[in-house]
Write a protein that binds this ligand. Structure first.
Ligand SMILES: C[S@@+](CC[C@H](N)C(=O)[O-])C[C@H]1O[C@@H](n2cnc3c(N)ncnc32)[C@H](O)[C@@H]1O
Length: 215
């Protein structure tokens, strides 16, 4: 039994939501390619073993495999339909899709990098810290965590986002009411999880940042 029932509930809602969205997903999310490409550019030469959290249909893996054709990428995603689209990609033989909730699935170890794009802006800070520690634990020494994700502009906007989420819990679209954290909260949690030299970079979008931490 998961001690964080709110997370289990949220993951199930996510699966239902993204199973429904999978067919038209790429048409909407291709507009984020600049951010996804920036993430690949931030990876060091020689990157090979990669874990992608919430990799979905694998859009961020196009630039990644262009730069690192020999990479091997494990993709954990709760939506089987999103993973079905990933399985049809030209680089599918370099990818290992793992269906499941990234709070529940065991991670392998010794990754060169853990990456994620647009997938981690739905969690309370305490829950995020659990995930950040799990990510830290699966990296090799010197490995990198790169997360390109939505942010709240500041702490007040973060508080407001969670208040809005709670108020609308149960409404039709609530699983996808975003609760992004402020950059200062993200940095604190990354440092609390053990990451060093944490940096925050502006992407092509005002409400997105690329967070980078080293083990
Ligand atoms: C907005 S999509 C991003 C997909 C891809 N990374 C991209 O940038 O195009 C978010 C993905 O995260 C997955 N996801 C959300 N919560 C999850 C969880 N708790 N465990 C595993 N996957 C999750 C969803 O199923 C979905 O495929």
């Amino acid at each position: 039994m998961n001690e964080h029932m709110n997370l289990t509930e949220r993951a199930i809602d996510m699966r239902v939501f993204f199973d429904r969205k999978a067919d038209g997903y790429d048409d909407v999310h291709r507009s984020f390619m600049e951010t996804k490409t920036a993430l690949t550019e931030a990876l060091p030469d020689g990157t090979r073993r990669v874990l992608d959290l919430g990799g979905g249909t694998g859009l961020e893996l196009f630039p990644l495999f262009e730069r690192f054709p020999d990479a091997v990428v494990t993709v954990i995603d709760v939506s089987e339909k999103m993973l079905d689209a990933l399985r049809r990609r030209p680089f599918a033989d370099r990818v290992r899709p793992v269906p499941g909730d990234f709070f529940e699935v065991d991670f392998d170890s010794d990754y060169d990098a853990v990456i994620s794009t647009s997938a981690l802006h739905h969690f309370e800070p305490d829950d995020k810290l659990i995930l950040w520690r799990k990510i830290y634990g699966c990296l090799r020494p010197g490995g990198l965590f790169l997360n390109a994700d939505k942010i709240s502009a500041d702490r007040q906007a973060e508080t407001d986002a969670f208040a809005f989420y709670r108020k609308n819990k149960g409404s039709e679209n609530y699983p996808h009411i975003d609760t992004p954290l402020a950059p200062s909260t993200e940095v604190r949690l990354l440092e609390d999880a053990g990451f060093r030299n944490v940096t925050v970079t502006l992407t092509d979008r005002d409400n997105y940042r690329l967070f980078r931490g080293e083990k």
